[in-house]
Design a protein around this ligand. Sequence first.
Ligand SMILES: O=C(O)C1=C[C@@H](OP(=O)(O)O)[C@@H](O)[C@H](O)C1
Ligand SMILES: C=C(OP(=O)(O)O)C(=O)O
Length: 429
Amino acid sequence: MDAKLYVSHIGGSIAVPPSKSAAHRAVLSAALATGTSHIHNIEYSDDIRATIDAVAQLGAKIIREEDSLTMQGCGDGFATVTRPVFCKESGSTLRFLIPVFSLTAQKIRFTGAPRLFARPQEIYRALFEKQHLRFEQGPEGITIFGRLLPGIFTLPGDVSSQFISGILFAAPLLESDSTIQVLPPFESKSYVGLTIDALSRFGVRVEESPGPEGKTIFKVAAPQHYRPCDLSVEGDYSQAAFPAVLGCLTGGVTVTGLRPESRQGDKVILDILRRCGAKFSAEADGTLRFERSLLHGVEIDLSDCPDLGPILIAMGCFCSGTTVIRNAGRLRIKESDRIEAMRCELAKMGGRVSAAGDTVTIDGCALHAPSEPLEGHNDHRIVMSLAVAALGAGLPAEIRGARAVAKSWPGFFDAMKKLGAKVELNDGT
Ligand SMILES: O=C(O)C1=C[C@@H](OP(=O)(O)O)[C@@H](O)[C@H](O)C1
Ligand SMILES: C=C(OP(=O)(O)O)C(=O)O
């Protein structure tokens, strides 16, 4: 699917989709609970579908309604897994589920898009090999065999927090207590906070404490049982960043559906925008109203909010002066190399983005209509960021591979249309 964007007058109100991160955690926890949970405000993005289908293979019984799930968890009474667990493009699904499926003590094959297996998975290999369990990785999948043993897990903090979350989901169901030691620097730590929050809503306790030499220690008593829970998935701050930046460029954009007291790390988008000179109001119910603002470049630390990287790189083009994004190295190991993808696509519009090591520098300048179609790099956040850049600059553009938005926000272009964007999707919609 290609998206053609035309010069549009932007203005209006949209609700953000439910948090993908919170939804993965709720679905997995509900699957591991003994009893029936209700999860409201579910959006069937590709990644969330992958997690739902996978936990059904674990033995959870799931009734899908339009925007909610009723889930009868399997506790630790796992089903016989007869098919490969298909994780699509979802790093969260794969990395949360490897330790959990190991609890079945069955031989399990994980498959998905090739890019998923090009992203780092070595941390689990090392951990499984240390416990003399099978872990085989090829370009098309991973096969594991053997049940994780409780104990001390030492994990680097700067590859992906999803490994830490994965062990945290499995550890409560082991025979005895475990300790997870995270080595500094601990990046994306707020996502581990979301995991601990989800566990606590499902009745599982984790204790966090600082350790020697900058380590962070998580103690998980076991066995513990996941208890069922009724919850509504909160709005997604990572997704809110797209209409928020657009609103600062055009004015007249209202964003609803966010929880002001959320613990999502990407809530920091509001602080970043404020520092850049953005004018917006925030109401007690989470409603945000953005005004057209003169933005200026600032320094941004991306270590705890990597998913904001692509939209911040796009935004940097509209900021006067220079925007410097530090600790951005992990953008290279997401659905695409997000630094290179943004550099290359924005260059087609005159954008001046450069990277050295883990730092991305963007020099503000006037963008022009792209000289050729923009490529989505099979990456939802690249497609959405390029759409905001074109609409924000008031330029026509064609984005190839726009279907990638379905990974996290299938309704993204509908939301843009609701804001007045003239969008033509080449499947006729
Ligand atoms: O746990 C999560 O829900 C996520 C953690 C982050 O990954 P890393 O920890 O690999 O940075 C983030 O980029 C990803 O989109 C979602
Ligand atoms: C990187 C992302 O997700 P995941 O790691 O779960 O594939 C993302 O949503 O930007």
